[in-house]
Every structure is written in C-alpha cells, then in structure tokens.
Ligand binder design. Structure first.
Ligand code: ARG
Length: 456
C-alpha cells in the first residue's frame, strides 16, 4: 500500500533521486546497519535469529557492493532504499525489520559523518606525504640562495630550503584543520530517528562504540539537521586547495623562461599540439585552478543550509555532491603536488644570479646605519637616497664612491662595501625563523619532529 494514488512524475523522480551519487555511501551504510541490527537484538527489539538473518544478508550485500555486482533498480531512490530492497530480496521479509527504530534521516547523517571522517583521515595521510616531500626537497636545496619576493619584486635573498619549508607549515596548519574535522564527526546521529527519537529503548552508546564514534549526539533534533562536519571538511579543503594553488602558481612562474628557476619533470608536464618546443607545467596550472572549485563547494553548502528550518529538509541531500567532488579533487591535487615536489629540478645558477642583485641588500645597508645609532626610519630614507642615486646613474650600489655615500650620511664608511658583498645577506638573518643556515637547520629539525608526531 501507499498513500499515493498517482505514480511519481518521471521528472520529479529524476530530480529527487540521489542514487546516482550516494552509492558511494554504500559501505558505510552496510557497516552502520550491522551495528544497528546487532544493537536491536541485544536490546531485545528483534530476535537473535532475525539479527543473524540480517547480518548474513548484509554480508552478501557488502560482497556485491565490493565486487561491483550490486544492481541498482529503477525504483531505488537512494542507496539506503536500494540496500534495504536488495537485503529483503536476499533474506525475505525479515529484511524489513532492519529499519526498526531508525529513519533515513539519522541514517544518512550517520553515513555522511562516517564518510567524512574516513576521508579526513585519508587527507591527513596525503598531507603528511606532501609535507615529507617538501622536507626532503628542502634538505636537497639547503643552501641554495634565491630572491625572496614581496609584490613579486625581489625583496631579500633567502635560501630555497627556507622558501620550500614555508609550504610545509602551510600544510601543517591544514592538517590541524583536518584533525579538527575528525572531532566534528565524532558524535553519533543514529538513534535520533526522524527527529524526535524513537519508541524503543535503543543503546546508542553501543552503536557509537561499534562504529568508532566517541559519543552520541545529545539532541535528536540537532542530530538529524547537523551537517557542520561537512562544512568543516569543505572549509579545511578550501583552505588547503588555496595553499596548493599558491604552490602551483609559483611552480608555473619558476618554470617560465623569464624566471628559469625550476623545471617540472617530464612526468608532470605536457607538450603543445602545435609548438614542438613547448613543455607546459599543466599540473601546476591545474593546482592553481582547482582551488576555486573547492571553495565554491563550501559556499554552495552554506547556501543550501542557511535559513533551513529544523530539522531534516530534502535540501540536505545536496550536501553530497559538493562533499564528494571536494574529496576527489583535493585528493588528486595533493597527490599531484607531492609528485611534482618529489621530481622538480631547480637551477642553482639562475637562482643565485637573481639573488645577487645588490639592490636586494638595501635593508642590510639600512641596518648597518642602525648599528651606528641612526634610527631605522631615518636610515631607511638615507638608503632610499643611495638607491635613487645608483639607479639614476645606472650603477650598482657598490659603485657609488666614498664621497657620494658620505654625502648621504656621515655614519657610512668602508663597511658599506663589505655589507654589499653578498655573503653576509643571508647569514645575517639570524633571528628565529629567519634564513640564516643555522636557523633553517633548526626549522628543518622542527619540521621533522612534526612529521614524526613529536613537535617541540
Ligand atoms: N537521500 C536522502 C538524503 O540524501 C536520504 C534521506 C531521505 N530522508 C527523507 N526524509 N526523505 O538526504
């Protein structure tokens, strides 16, 4: 029997169905059903024989899902109904007992929480692998000078290792965000029923333990309407993808002839269909371009959830494609970033050449004056005058005469020329987190300790 006297309009059915994408929840759905059936029997809500039949049937469903032989039928609205339908075909009417004390509302919230947790864990592994690759790459290029930039203008020289490690810390923060996502998935929705709880003495704590949730959601109304953990995942993913886009963008710049700092390996580049000489850093470009797509998924889900009255609304079915695409896209990007970092080659000469531009030492000259007692703000102006003189007369700073520098400040002497010798620029940055080699080594040790799970 059904309360409806007309069949669904096919267009409505097409709009309403989620089986085309929520099949990915299948393994989680089976796992939660196993725990649910076990709990129902332990609580005396169903007979032990019913539980055994359900578990045996669920094993077969799981086998079919894994083997790819599970068949979706035209009437299957979503994965939850498809699994129950198949289970009932396999074990008979007892299959209909599985949905005792459960609604699709707490069921789907539970599946999605499990899916999110599993993929947050996988993302953490991917991040760890990328961070390791960055540390190794930094170790290989420990003392390679390069220009550091602000406004994409050469600013101060740094070591390439220092620059690469900047990304290590970015991805470390991302890992922290994904660890926080795990916390958000840790309260079991199942047992909330449609919204108000169920008419049976269930044991939610048992189900939580079986499924690896730390606790049960305290409020059934909140439990079925909560998708914060998806927002959390998407938010962490969007930030991580934005970081990847910055790495990708730098690789694109570095591998241009104009920079000539780096070459991605052939395995991460493609050619042009018309220009035989081209080697394009497509993978890096795509890292750059995928980020807004993931951010858009976050914005879209905020759009879906904002203003939604409690509790479950069909709108919430729209959480999945955003989540799934973000999961897949980020996973691919993290794997690609790792592969590129592992195989990228740098041009030591080009980097060093760009880092030896004397103008890059302007701050060091200003600091020389500071050590002579000149207030920094004043020394900044004095050096700006020297830079103007040098640039206007087409000479490097070191070609200015003793008389010319003395005109700018009587605190300047021979040491001005010493400071302009490039060896001191990098090793002078001795402050914690700075580019002097002992500090980079110290940073590397911290990074290694983070990777080993023993942060200082
Ligand atoms: N496919 C649905 C979703 O993804 C499952 C929950 C359906 N619940 C309901 N009351 N219609 O949200």
């Amino acid at each position: 029997m059904s309360r409806f006297s007309e069949p669904q309009d096919p267009v409505f059915a097409q709009l309403n169905t989620s089986i085309g994408f929520d099949w990915r929840l299948g393994p989680y759905d089976v796992e939660q059903s196993r725990a649910h059936a076990t709990m129902l029997a332990a609580q005396g809500i169903i007979a032990d024989a019913d539980r055994d039949a359900l578990l045996a049937g669920l094993d077969r469903v799981a086998g079919e899902l894994e083997a790819g032989t599970f068949e979706v039928e035209p009437g299957d609205e979503d994965i939850h109904m498809a699994i129950e339908r198949r289970l009932t075909t396999l074990v008979g009417p007892v299959g209909g007992k599985l949905h005792t004390a459960r609604s699709r509302n707490d069921q789907v919230a539970t599946d999605v929480a499990m899916f999110t947790r599993a993929h947050a864990l996988r993302t953490l592994e991917r991040l760890q692998a990328l961070q390791s690759a960055l540390v190794l790459c930094a170790e290989r290029h420990l003392d390679w000078p390069m220009p550091g930039y602000t406004h994409l203008q050469r600013a101060q020289p740094v070591y390439l290792s220092h620059h690469l490690l900047a990304y290590f810390w970015m991805f470390r923060r991302d890992a922290r965000r994904f660890e926080a996502v795990l916390g958000g998935t840790d309260e079991l929705p199942l047992g909330a029923g449609a919204l108000a709880g169920v008419n049976f003495e269930t044991d939610r704590a048992f189900v939580a333990r079986e499924l690896g949730f730390a606790s049960v959601a305290r409020n059934s109304i909140d439990a079925v309407s909560n998708r914060d953990f998806v927002l959390d995942f998407l938010s962490a993913a969007a930030t991580c993808a934005t970081h990847l886009s910055r790495l990708g963008a730098e690789i694109v710049l570095w591998s241009s002839d104009e920079f000539g700092f780096a070459q991605v390996s052939d395995a991460w580049a493609s050619g042009s269909s018309i220009m035989p000489q081209k080697k394009n850093p497509d993978a890096a470009e795509l890292l750059r371009a995928k980020a807004p797509r993931i951010a858009a998924h976050l914005v879209a889900l905020h759009g879906v959830l904002h203003g939604l009255p409690l509790t479950y609304n069909k709108d919430m079915q729209e959480d999945k494609e955003h989540l799934f695409d973000a999961v897949d896209t980020l996973d691919l990007c993290l794997a690609a970033a790792r592969g590129m970092v592992e195989t990228i080659g740098f041009d030591r000469e080009r980097l060093a050449g760009a880092a030896s531009d004397e103008l890059i030492a302007a701050t060091d000259v200003a600091d020389l004056l500071v050590r002579r007692g000149v207030p920094f703000r004043q020394s900044h102006g004095i050096v700006a005058g020297l830079v103007k003189l040098a640039v206007d007369s087409g000479r490097p700073l070191s070609a200015l005469t003793r008389e010319e520098i003395a005109v700018q400040s009587d605190a300047l002497d021979e040491e001005y020329y010493t400071v302009l010798q490039s060896s001191s620029w990098l090793e002078g940055k001795v402050s914690e987190g700075g580019t002097a080699l002992p500090r980079v080594r110290e940073q590397l040790a911290h990074a290694r300790a983070e990777l080993d799970g023993q942060p200082a």
